[in-house]
Write a new protein. Structure first.
Lengths: 98, 211
């Protein structure tokens, strides 16, 4: 039980980050506006959490142009996927053990 | 320290977001029911009014007809099938729109576009293939091709919507092969695949997810 708690990742305690990771674990790429729509958060809030995850190398940013519009999309890194799966596993273990 | 309810809330949130961000869940069972009834009506009209009991197995049946009769049958069958298709599409769109709105989802989203694309590619491939069969008078393969390509479209789109669609797709393919092997009652297989199966599936889905 103590062990499972220590396996919880602090980075995923925040609901917005949890949401971002949940989206990216099942979608190869996802762009900023789609995140806003799916998670129902403001630009600033979303941007700061995406930045935090990026800085920890859990997600990567792909910038490209669609026509003339710049489009920023995000995808999960291998590290990110592993850590997020571990986090889910730890949550499930905690629910089971209690 | 977080409590158990926080952990299960987290898990629930994760599951919900994973599902909503990767699956188009606005399909309604009602679409299946209405599409199924329109297919039964269309198939019945084809059998009794257009083909007048001739089967689609050209060698033993349509061969006795004049060229004029055959082209009349072709035009009427095409019109009949297109009306069924158009009605089914419109009704599916209407019920999806209604369900999306009642849940506060957008009907035109990244995921609905992925769903549509994966559905439409096998379907359009099938449509072109069937047009070729039609022009070449390969009658007996038309109904099996419709069922098989539709089944493939469902399986392809299954990744982006309810899992059950995958099994509906498998069943359509199976009926398609039966229609190819058991020559003659093609229209009956058409009614079974597009009519009865859709109604059964629609009722099942409606009771499971919307009842």
């Amino acid at each position: 039980m103590k062990n499972a708690i220590s396996r919880l990742n602090k980075l995923f305690e925040n609901r917005v980050r949890l949401g971002i990771m949940s989206v990216l674990i099942v979608n190869d790429t996802y762009d900023f506006n789609n995140f806003k729509e799916t998670l129902g958060v403001t630009d600033g809030n979303l941007a700061s959490h995406l930045k935090a995850l990026e800085e920890n190398s859990l997600i990567k940013v792909n910038k490209q142009f669609i026509g003339r519009k710049p489009n920023t999309s995000y995808s999960i890194t291998e590290t990110g996927a592993t850590l997020f799966r571990d986090h889910i596993k730890a949550l499930e273990d905690l629910i089971k053990s209690q | 320290m977080e409590k158990r309810s926080d952990y299960s809330d987290d898990i629930k949130t994760i599951k919900k977001i994973m599902e909503e961000s990767s699956r188009f869940l606005s399909l309604s069972g009602l679409s299946g029911i209405f599409a199924g009834f329109s297919a039964i009506i269309g198939g019945t009209i084809a059998h009794f009014c257009i083909l007048k009991y001739h089967t689609l197995f050209v060698n033993d049946s349509l061969a006795t007809l004049s060229a004029g009769d055959i082209s009349r049958i072709k035009i009427q069958l095409t019109a009949d099938a297109l009306i069924v298709l158009l009605f089914s599409l419109v009704i599916s769109f209407y019920f999806s729109y209604r369900k999306a709105r009642s849940k506060g989802h957008k009907i035109w989203s990244l995921i609905s576009r992925r769903f549509l694309l994966s559905f439409i590619i096998p379907l359009i491939t099938g449509a072109f293939f069937i047009i070729i069969l039609f022009l070449e008078n390969q009658w007996f393969l038309i109904v099996p091709s419709m069922l098989i390509f539709y089944g493939l479209a469902l399986i392809s789109a299954g990744k982006f919507t309810y899992n059950e669609i995958f099994y509906l797709g498998l069943a359509e393919i199976l009926i398609g092969f039966c229609a190819a092997i058991i020559k003659g009652p093609a229209v009956l297989f058409w009614i079974l695949g597009f009519g009865i199966l859709h109604i059964g599936y629609g009722i099942f889905m409606y009771r499971k997810y919307e009842g």
